[in-house]
Design a protein around this ligand. Structure first.
Ligand SMILES: Nc1ncnc2c1ncn2[C@@H]1O[C@H](COP(=O)(O)OP(=O)(O)OP(=O)(O)O)[C@@H](O)[C@H]1O
Length: 312
């Protein structure tokens, strides 16, 4: 479990993290999303005991980060946003070195290392020098390294940063796989959708404060029950209005010179009916396509709906 209360970090007169309250229950994954400079690294550094809070409190696995830093360090695996690797160690040696730092018994170390190398898909690289691995592989190795002492809590600071698209996809599949380990995880990113598959809950950090929190399952429920359709057409707005006027599944329509964007809440079969209806009503459709859900817009809408509704 991770809990912060009014956690604050100031650099001189500048407040980087401002009375932050977070609660991450045991075994759940919390995604901290924020633009550059929002305060993600500063927050995670305090949780990892690398930086002392100016005020407020953070407790990890029952230990206060200021009063019991050694217990906190034993309880966490921390992956910083930038890291160096040891040049002349193989993957196997690298993981063994970290296990030794935590006095993991040899037999336990060997079994765990094998298990972790499988999970991060690096078994065939075990004899490769760490500095010869690609950035994506090094990133996955770092995740394995964080887990060598089997901590209950993982703190991952922007693990996907600097990765090419393919490595990002590989990392996402590794992170999803890690869910089976039931760790309590805080993971940061500046891209919300990257965390949507892995996190249980997502919080948006803005200027050191949590601007909104939403459960990913609620977001996904909404995104699957509602689709955005793009209908490209040269027909006039009047023709379109007539054609869409009595379609109950259409909850919102935005007109553009090249076509119309429709928020649609029906099934896929009903969606094909919509196309037929438009054609029968004389709309000259040149494109009819589903737009990928803008998960950030959905998140903001959901959280603002909730705020307007008055519940937490
Ligand atoms: N040691 C420091 N001294 C002064 N200001 C700092 C220090 N460390 C961070 N800051 C400032 O605190 C703010 C938050 O920085 P932080 O690195 O936590 O943001 P971030 O969300 O992790 O962004 P990024 O994605 O760019 O790493 C920024 O404005 C940064 O310039």
């Amino acid at each position: 479990m991770i809990q912060t209360q009014h956690l604050t970090k100031k650099f001189g007169r500048f407040t980087a993290v401002d009375k932050l309250n977070l609660y991450v229950p045991e075994g759940t994954v919390f995604g901290l999303v924020g633009e550059n400079g929002a305060g993600k690294t500063t927050t995670l550094s305090m949780l990892a005991t690398l930086s002392t809070p100016t005020s407020g409190k953070a407790v990890i696995n029952g230990y206060d980060v200021v009063r019991h830093p050694s217990d906190v360090r034993r309880s966490i695996g921390f992956m910083p946003d930038s890291f160096g690797v040891y040049d002349d160690l193989s993957v196997d040696e690298y993981l063994e070195f970290y296990a030794d730092c935590y006095a993991v018994p040899r037999a336990v170390m060997q079994k765990r290392r094998q298990d972790l190398l499988e999970r991060v898909q690096l078994v065939d690289k075990r004899h490769t020098y760490v500095n010869a691995l690609s950035r994506g592989m090094q990133q996955r190795l770092e995740i394995a390294r964080c887990l060598m002492h089997n901590p209950p809590v993982l703190i991952l600071d922007e693990p996907a940063s600097g990765l090419d698209p393919r490595s990002r996809i590989e990392l996402r599949s590794v992170l999803k796989e890690l869910k089976a380990l039931k760790k309590t995880v805080v993971i940061s990113s500046h891209i919300l959708y990257e965390l949507a598959e892995f996190a249980d809950e997502i919080g948006i950090l803005r200027r050191g404060q949590i601007a909104a929190v939403a459960s990913v399952s609620v977001m996904l429920q909404h995104s699957s029950s509602q689709r955005t359709l793009w209908i490209a057409t040269k027909s006039s707005q009047h023709v379109l209005e007539q054609a869409l006027r009595d379609v109950p599944e259409v909850s919102s329509v935005t007109y553009f010179p090249e076509g119309v964007e429709v928020i649609y809440q029906g099934t896929l079969e009903e969606q094909s009916e919509l196309l037929l209806k438009l054609l029968r009503r004389g709309v000259r459709v040149s494109q009819f396509a589903e737009r990928p859900t803008d998960i950030e817009a959905l998140f903001l809408r959901l959280t603002s709906e909730r705020e307007e509704g008055g519940s937490a």
